[in-house]
Design a protein around this ligand. Sequence first.
Ligand code: MN
Length: 249
Amino acid sequence: MSQLDDLLRDLVVANRILAHENVVDAYGHISVRHPDNPRRFFMARSLAPELVERHDLIEFDQEGEPVNDKRQPYLERFIHAAIFEARPDVMAVVHAHAEDTLPFGLIKTPLQPVIHSGSFIGGKVPVWDIRKKFGDTNLLVTNMAQGRDLAQCLGKGNVALMRGHGFASAARSIIEVVRLSVYLPRNARVQMAAMLVGKPIPLSKGEIAARAAGYRPHSPETWRAWEYWANRAGCGDMIGTPHDHAPKA
Ligand code: MN
């Protein structure tokens, strides 16, 4: 299998995982940058992530338009195109509406890492308000200008909340963006629960840095989570072996 084959297989698995872990439902999507052409990326056609198969994946150009494909794309594909454009280090992007994250897009208290598995959120999460620049809209990111404004809010970070809508997350790999997107709502839930009874103690900058320094993308611990999520999502037979995911020479 080529690197592209492996990536597209992982993208299908990631769609199923995000659905099974309640990060996405009928809406929400995940993309991966083309390994051989950094100006392009792959994402499913407009379809609930739980139902995505390999043949549903479409290649997109840097403006978020499908390449030689007439099938209906997701309306909000510009979120992905704009983040890939702004962030050469980012290889995978998720957009979702996970309910537990939404309160933090509406209040002054920032969402931030409060549990060890939330450390990869990175710090206080910025909130993007589409109304600031674009006035009254339907809240959806339907063009590159809106996508670029969101990407600017994301900055060098890993996550941006979208007021009254959801979040966008970005990472160096599919596994990392899935993990981040699975633990983001859980971290939000714990932070919210703590706020009901007191003032939560967030992870310190040093703790966040220590977690990031200790992370190994191809470690048995990373694989363990991927294997677990894939099996829960009913696609454990699709994931290959840890070897397939090791860096290619
Ligand atoms: Mn959306």
